[in-house]
Design a protein around this ligand. Structure first.
Ligand SMILES: [Zn+2]
Length: 154
């Protein structure tokens, strides 16, 4: 009986601090812009990128605010916890729209404090204090797609 599901192509070797900050960044983008979580992310130890679908190009001030909020969450030293929840109950907590039809009945839900909850099979840090800090490197906006590149610093 498999409890874990494959939500999308997921590299289990992902660097846990970088992958965990991806969750925080996704939730921050959802809250600030009302956009979906990134469906096209490339997470590497040294440098990562995430794409977001936005109707308008964000201002430089908004992008600086994204970085500030992500670090504000990190600095709260939130616990990262994992629980298994029946699929029938998980819809109230996380977006199930990307779930494959053959997903198992129990979903692995990753929570970052009370800030974010996401069905994920990846590897995460156990507390946001292990992440370091989030540094946005560059971003560009083309035809409704914001591409953001970032790294982690001390
Ligand atoms: Zn994850």
């Amino acid at each position: 009986m498999g409890l874990e599901i494959q939500l999308n192509e997921h590299n289990k070797q992902e660097y846990p601090p970088m992958h965990t900050v991806e969750h925080i960044l996704n939730q921050t983008m959802v809250r600030m812009f009302g956009c979906p979580r990134s469906k096209n992310a490339h997470i590497e130890r040294k440098k990562s990128k995430c794409d977001y679908l936005l109707q308008e190009e964000p201002s430089a001030e908004m992008m600086a605010e994204v970085e500030r909020r992500v670090n504000e969450i990190i600095d709260q030293h939130l616990p990262v916890t994992i629980e298994f929840i029946p699929k029938t109950e998980a819809g109230a907590i996380v977006d199930l729209s990307k779930l494959p039809d053959d997903a198992s009945d129990m979903l692995r839900i990753v929570r970052i404090g009370n800030y974010d909850a996401c069905a994920c099979i990846g590897t995460h840090v156990s507390n946001t204090s292990e992440i370091g800090h989030f540094k946005m490197l560059t971003y560009d906006y083309t035809e409704g797609r914001l591409r953001m590149r970032f790294k982690l610093i001390e």
